[in-house]
Design a protein around this ligand. Structure first.
Ligand code: ATP
Length: 421
């Protein structure tokens, strides 16, 4: 028996004011159209957890597209995109926020791993089709019920008790990607996969249900784990369920790999600003694979030929690179050795190298790589050099000299090049 629990606390007041303003407009449109509207999904869960989340996901009772059209008139600078096929719409606002609007729906699965059959439904149906109780809360934002938290499946308690729990027993059979999602949410929030849910995961795995999933769906969920807050924990959980083999048979989560993953987590804040850090985790996770196996993974993730060649080169050569780096002490030597290696590979190198080499690679990434050349082509032309490959060589040489000088200036570099005295 499912009973509705309404928690009398106005969570909306904890949202940033710009989101509260949007919700007020939504409320006004709800009144105008006499539509019921609910805030759903991750934003509700994170609101209760007191964590920031700006994905405004709403569902309306009757007609999402009509609601979106009316709402966009209340938000003058908004751009609207209607997805006719799915009867959903997105409104993009000038401040970078967006609002996803769907119509309440009920879903059922004709057979495991199929895409669901969708019909109209109630708010309870719409929440029932979701993955976990913590993701199945809604806040009523209709004009006559604004701010009420609707909790049909005790999701509020599960958030408070840090539990990942499915809503019904065949949830993982309907959609096995939820197994990977469970690992993601558990690692992100440091929650526990509740006993019964854990047993159902084991049952579903034993049935071989995950093998029936398309690579595309698996890939997306794997990538989300690698992009999430705590990938090393997520990977550990996947390993606990023996699911890394879906990624590749030859990945063994031994001590050394675990150490690298944890280090990669530790370095995340330092490096994440500069690059797509999930690729670092992908490289660490696949660091035991040979070149051919790695190429297959890269292809399965859809990377370009150029990306694959550059990354494969650095990864294959990394042992030799690290050996060579041992004997390089001048900035110019370090720069020349590392300049063609992609940054993600360099971070993998940091995770695998001695303390001295770590310092050298970091110095390349944070200092040498970003240096602006003092000597430009036109400086050399002014001195009478002619354009062509020769000039290019001089430009490169002068940059390397610049890296090794303590207080480099135009004159000091040109002197060392013997172009002035
Ligand atoms: P995040 O913070 O990672 O964006 P989220 O909860 O918003 O988390 P999404 O993948 O964006 O996650 O999904 C939005 C909502 O849609 C979820 O909260 C959940 O209710 C529902 N959902 C997404 N994927 C599934 C699924 N495979 N099965 C059931 N419900 C799902």
């Amino acid at each position: 028996e499912i009973s509705l629990e309404i928690i009398n606390q106005n969570f909306i007041l904890n949202l940033p004011s710009e989101i509260q303003n949007i919700l007020s407009q939504i409320k006004a449109v709800s009144k105008l159209l006499n539509e019921k509207v609910y805030l759903v999904g991750g934003i509700v869960r994170d609101l209760i957890l007191n964590l920031p989340n700006e994905d405004i996901d709403i569902v309306v009772e009757n007609d999402a597209n009509n609601f979106a059209k009316n709402l966009s008139e209340f938000l003058p600078t908004a751009k609207i995109r209607i997805h006719d096929q799915f009867k959903t719409a997105t409104i993009f606002l000038e401040n970078g926020l967006s609002i996803d609007i769907a119509t309440l729906r009920s879903e059922y699965y004709e057979y495991p791993t199929a895409l669901p059959i969708v019909t109209q439904g109630t708010i309870k149906d719409d929440l029932f089709r979701r993955d976990f109780t913590i993701n199945a809360l809604a806040i009523d934002i209709s004009h006559n019920n604004f701010g009420k938290l609707l909790d049909f499946f005790k999701g509020y308690n599960d958030i408070k008790n840090k539990n990942i729990k499915i809503i019904h027993n065949i949830s993982f059979i309907d959609d096995p990607t939820r197994i990977i999602r469970a690992c993601r949410f558990a690692s992100r929030y440091n929650f526990t996969i509740e006993n019964e849910t854990h047993d159902l995961i084991l049952d579903a795995i034993e049935m071989g249900i995950l093998e029936r999933l398309s690579w595309n769906r698996l890939k997306n969920e794997f990538q989300y784990i690698l992009e999430d807050k705590n990938p090393s924990k997520g990977i550990l959980l996947l390993n606990k369920y023996n699911l890394l083999k879906l990624f590749h048979d030859n990945i063994i989560l031994d001590k050394s790999l675990l150490k690298k993953l944890n280090l990669a987590n530790k370095f995340k804040n330092i490096f994440a600003i500069k690059l797509e850090y999930w690729i670092v985790f992908l490289l660490v996770l696949t660091s035991q694979l040979n070149s051919k196996e790695l190429e297959i993974i890269f292809l399965k993730f859809g990377f370009s030929k150029n990306f694959i060649n550059k990354h494969k080169f650095g990864i294959e050569k990394r042992k030799i690179l690290l050996e060579e780096l041992n004997s390089k002490n001048k900035n110019s030597e370090i720069y020349s050795l590392l300049k063609n290696i992609p940054e993600e590979v360099l971070i993998l190198l940091i995770l695998e190298s001695t303390r001295e080499n770590k310092v050298k690679i970091k110095s390349y990434l944070f200092n040498l790589k970003g240096k602006v050349a003092i000597i430009k082509g036109r400086d050399l032309l002014e001195l009478g050099l002619e354009s062509g490959p020769h000039l290019k060589e001089y430009i490169e040489k002068s940059f390397l000299i610049q890296l090794d000088q303590i207080n480099p200036s135009k004159d000091s570099i040109l002197k060392e090049l013997n172009l002035i005295c």
